[in-house]
Design a protein. Structure first.
Length: 368
């Protein structure tokens, strides 16, 4: 725990109480021992004018997922969780020591004499309080569908978002991409990322236009498009695929070999000899491993406030691992998190269609 910037420690008055003071501000942290340990943070304005402060930096080592978003604060550990019972918090990112929650942060303005208070409690895994009742069952959906907020006692707002009151709560719609939803409840305003994504039939052509001089990615994306029923301009795309394969099969790589193998099976292009030559001695497994490890990657369906660097490659390789161990105890636990991570990636790519990321998602799809 770190006190607000500029605060200096005061002599301890009692065990478990740490006090800090700066000009016009008193900051205190109290530790409550017992079956459920707790930390109580408080800020008090002492001067004659409003005091601006960034609040406390609450650093938690071993945090797996952090949802630090206004009136909602949760940091999951392996087998436990810190949960905010009152107050407000913000995302502080990741420090070498652990995940950072900005408690009573976000430049809280304290008027003279006002006291702001926040309580965090540590729960063992089997006693962690449930997620808020208003949490949507699905946070990332296909374009045009409504995200359900199943609580009539909250109001929803957000830039570019439209919220409609329905029988069960609110139905929220918005454009493709990821957006921040503000949920106004009795305990304050919480924030949640939601989003919408394009169908692959629209996303792949957008990524194809951005492939540039990557003939291998171009070929892989084209083989997926050509496998779709009712495709228009098929002859033109076949000619484009023929040219792309001619460029990339000379220097075999993951995408060029995969594209060549699929094209040899699914098209009439006279490329079988070139594909066999490129694939001879080439190991897809070794090529996947050469991209680097995914140690520590564990997708979770739990909401989070940080933009986790969970890539399309991570999604696909974890999916391969699950497919290879369908009876693993971790399978069901990871599957839901994997679906959520993939849906979020599709929202991100719908707004910014990176061709290699789309290629990885296609590799993990049934046609991959």
């Amino acid at each position: 725990m770190e006190a607000p910037e500029g605060c200096k420690p005061l002599p301890p008055e009692e065990p478990g109480l740490w006090a800090f003071e700066s000009r016009g501000l008193l900051a205190e942290v109290r530790f409550r021992p017992g079956k459920r340990e707790a930390l109580e943070f408080s800020l008090q304005g002492l001067g004659e004018s409003v005091v601006e402060t960034q609040g406390f930096r609450f650093v938690v080592e071993g945090c797996v997922v952090g949802w630090l978003a206004g009136a909602t604060g949760r940091m999951l550990l392996n087998g436990a969780a810190w949960v905010m019972l009152s107050g407000w918090c913000g995302e502080g990112g990741v420090a070498p020591e652990g995940r950072v929650a900005l408690v009573l942060g976000g430049s809280a303005g304290l008027v003279p004499g006002r006291r702001a208070w926040s309580c965090w409690r540590l729960y063992p895994e089997h006693e962690i309080p449930p997620l808020p009742a208003w949490l949507p069952p699905e946070r990332y959906l296909p374009e045009g569908e409504a995200i359900e907020v199943p609580d009539l006692d909250v109001a929803c707002t957000g830039n570019d978002l439209v919220a409609e009151t329905v029988d069960e709560g609110s139905a929220v719609r918005g454009p493709v991409g990821c957006h921040e939803l503000a949920v106004h409840g009795s305990n304050g305003v919480s924030f949640l990322e939601i989003g919408w994504y394009l169908p692959m039939e629209q996303l792949v052509p957008k990524a194809l236009k951005r492939a540039g001089n990557r003939a291998d990615l171009e070929a892989w994306l084209l083989t997926w498009l050509l496998a779709q029923p009712g495709l228009g301009e098929r002859e033109r795309l076949l000619d484009q695929l023929d040219l792309a394969l001619g460029d990339c099969l000379e220097t075999p790589g993951l995408w060029s070999v995969l594209a060549g193998l699929r094209a040899a099976q699914s098209t009439d292009l006279p490329i079988r000899d070139e594909v066999e030559a490129a694939a001879s001695g080439f190991s897809v497994e070794e090529a996947l491993a050469a991209e680097g490890p995914i140690d520590g990657v564990a997708p979770s369906s739990h909401p989070g406030s940080a933009r986790v660097d969970f890539t399309a490659r991570d999604v696909t390789l974890v999916r391969f691992r699950l497919a290879g161990n369908p009876d693993s105890p971790a399978h069901q636990e990871l599957e839901q998190g994997l679906r959520s991570a993939e849906a979020r990636l599709r929202c991100v790519l719908s707004a910014d269609p990176d061709p290699e990321a789309v290629a990885w998602l296609l590799l993990g799809s049934p046609l991959g």
